[in-house]
Structure formats: structure tokens, C-alpha cells
Design a protein around this ligand. Structure first.
Ligand code: ATP
Ligand code: F6P
Ligand code: MG
Length: 320
């Protein structure tokens, strides 16, 4: 019988994590559970850094970016001995179950704890949209809005100066932020882990857009960890009619007030997490698939292939 539920946020923070914390807390309290907030992800969990949560603790956080519980990366949490220590600390604090809000790495920690007897439910909180088992992660929509706003602004100035803006977006080896932004902004080129990267092709295409199509500007949206964007911008200036400029959007993409869509997604997922724990389920993650809140074992989610994005890339190609 579960009496006290813990909540933690782990990995890179994402807008909407607070909405999830609020939903888990309020639904759990309404069902008669006690709730403890665990600070700074698995680090706070191991150190016993816990705070009691009541209804007012989660007031005024729905609209706030980041995570009020703090987040961290603790590599040592992969170690079985550390996990056992964490379980002991949780038992001392009488925490019987945990909702883990984070990415795939955080899910693995949740799976490990469940195997050691603490039922955990994972909620997908990351701007990268790189977690299998859900169509959308909490934070993706807000980050996409941030990227689109920035690219729209870059387009204005690029157009005035006959420039090509190379915009690097996050994604941690997942191209979703880049391709969704590229479609939303009418970018000329998108480069992601899915498209691959050939510098000569990019330069040739830009020369064509300049000379044949007579574009006043060009936008290249590129996922992080693929190329040195300053170097690419230099090559564009040297080898095409555009002056190249690179912008790395960086951590600005992780902040900001969550979009209504992320708030609702997080709230629905938070509710589902508590429902699952009440049913005695552990080691599952919550997802939104075809507009329905679902759940599946974390193991299954992490081993299933990601949905194909072919349709999105085909659409992009047909629109340029
Ligand atoms: N295999 C694992 N076993 C146990 N714990 C893990 C494992 N992998 C990661 N973790 C824990 O989860 C934390 C977060 O993982 P990671 O840094 O991969 O981020 P994430 O949850 O994938 O989020 P994001 O990628 O969006 O930033 C790690 O610092 C570690 O504490
Ligand atoms: O905040 P950090 O540790 O620099 O991590 C950055 C990484 O985290 C994310 O923002 C979220 O996973 C990735 O997009 C990015 O690669
Ligand atoms: Mg990850």
C-alpha cells in the first residue's frame, strides 16, 4: 500500500516540468497520499534532500519555466550500490513510490529503482522530443515556439542584408526541434541527424538559391552536434553570394513560460502517473499517443524504435 509519493525532476530541465509537479502533487493529495518533493534529481534522492509538498507549495508555479525542485545529472546513479543507498534513504523517509520527470537517462534510473522495490512512473520531460513511447514530450512545444520566434527575427535582418543565417538548435541527436522549426519558419535548408550533412551540397544549394531563385535571404536550421556553425557560416560567405552568419540558440531554448499545450500535456500526464501508482503499477512511463494519454513499461518504450519522421522531411522538401 502506497502512502507517500515522491516527485523528482532530472536531466535537462524543460518548460512544463512545474506543471507536471503541480498536477502530481494535487492529484495525489486529493487521493489521500502524502507528497514529498525530492530536490535536484537523483542527487537529492541519494542525499535525502526532501521537502514536504502541500497544495500551496505548488501554487503559482504552473506558468513558470524551469523546475522548482531543481534538476541535476548524477552519473554515479548508474551504480547499483548508490541505487541501493538511495532505496534505503527513501525507506527511512517512508517514501513508497516516485514520479520521475525527465528524459531517457532519468527513465533508466526509474527502472532501476522499480527493480529494487520502489515503484516509479516516468514522465517525459525534455525539449528534445527524443523519448520513445510518446508523440510529444513536455517542453518540446515551448522550445519550438522559442526557436520559431528567434528564426522569424533572424529572417528579418537576414533579408535586409542578403545574408544566410545558420541557426543551431538543440535536440541531443534528435532532429525534431530542427525539422518542426524549419517547417514552421519556411527555412531553406534543414540539417539533422536524420538528413545527414554534406557541406558541399549545402553550399551548392545556397548558390542556386542566390543566383537562380534570387532569394533575398536563406535560413539554414541545423541540429546541434553536427557541424561547427561558425565555420559553416564562414564557408557560406566565401563560397556563395550570401554573407553567412551563425546563431547558436543554446540554453535559451530550455527556458521560458510553458506554452498552454505543454501545461495541459504535463497536467494530463501528471494525473495519469498518480492513477498508475494507485493501481500498483511501477516501471511504466506515460505518453501521449494519437492524442490519448497512455502508458507502457519503460523497458518496452526504450527498446522500441522511434516513430519515423519521413513524412515531416518529405513535407519540408515539398515546401521549399
Ligand atoms: N543507466 C542508468 N541507470 C541509472 N540511472 C541513470 C542511467 N542513465 C542516467 N541515469 C540518471 O539519470 C540522470 C539524467 O540522465 P541524462 O543526463 O541522460 O538526462 P535525461 O534524463 O536523458 O534528460 P535529457 O537528455 O533530456 O537532458 C543521470 O544523471 C543519472 O543520474
Ligand atoms: O544543459 P546541458 O548539460 O548543457 O545539456 C545540454 C543538452 O540538454 C538538452 O538541452 C536537453 O536534453 C539537449 O538538447 C542538450 O544537448
Ligand atoms: Mg536524454
Amino acid at each position: 500500500m502506497i502512502r507517500r509519493i515522491g516527485i523528482l525532476t532530472s536531466g535537462g530541465d524543460a518548460p512544463g516540468m512545474n506543471a507536471a509537479i503541480r498536477a502530481v502533487t494535487r492529484v495525489a493529495l486529493a487521493n489521500g497520499f502524502e507528497v514529498m518533493g525530492i530536490k535536484d534529481g537523483y542527487r537529492g534522492l541519494v542525499e535525502g534532500n526532501y521537502i514536504p509538498m502541500d497544495k500551496s507549495t505548488v501554487s503559482d508555479i504552473l506558468n513558470r519555466g524551469g523546475t522548482v525542485l531543481g534538476s541535476a545529472r548524477l552519473t554515479e546513479f548508474k551504480d547499483l550500490e548508490i541505487q541501493k543507498k538511495a532505496v534505503q534513504t527513501l525507506q527511512n523517509a517512508k517514501i513508497d513510490a516516485i514520479v520521475v520527470i525527465g528524459g531517457d537517462g532519468s527513465y533508466r534510473g526509474a527502472m532501476a529503482l522499480t527493480k529494487l522495490g520502489i515503484n516509479c512512473i516516468g514522465l517525459p520531460g525534455t525539449i528534445d522530443n527524443d523519448i520513445p513511447g510518446t508523440d510529444f514530450t513536455i517542453g518540446f512545444d515551448t522550445a519550438l515556439n522559442t526557436v520559431v520566434e528567434a528564426v522569424d527575427k533572424l529572417r528579418d535582418t537576414s533579408s535586409s542584408h542578403h545574408r544566410c543565417s545558420v541557426v543551431e538548435v538543440m535536440g541531443n541527436r534528435c532532429g525534431d526541434l530542427a525539422v518542426w522549426a524549419a517547417i514552421s519558419c519556411g527555412a531553406e535548408i534543414v540539417i539533422t541527424p536524420e538528413t545527414g550533412y554534406d557541406e558541399l551540397d549545402v553550399l551548392e544549394r545556397l548558390r542556386y538559391l542566390d543566383k537562380a531563385v534570387k532569394k533575398r535571404h536563406a535560413i539554414v536550421v541545423i541540429s546541434e552536434k553536427i557541424a561547427d556553425v561558425d565555420e559553416l557560416a564562414r564557408k557560406i560567405s566565401q563560397n556563395t553570394g550570401f554573407a553567412g552568419r551563425a546563431t547558436v540558440l543554446g540554453h535559451v531554448q530550455r527556458g521560458g513560460s510553458p506554452s498552454p499545450r505543454d501545461r495541459v500535456l504535463a497536467s494530463m500526464m501528471g494525473e495519469k502517473a498518480v492513477d498508475l501508482l494507485m493501481e500498483g503499477v511501477g516501471g511504466h512511463c506515460v505518453g501521449m499517443i494519437d492524442n490519448k494519454v497512455t502508458s507502457m513499461p519503460i523497458e518496452e518504450a526504450l527498446s522500441s524504435p522511434r516513430h519515423s519522421r519521413k513524412d515531416l522531411y518529405r513535407l519540408f522538401d515539398r515546401l521549399v
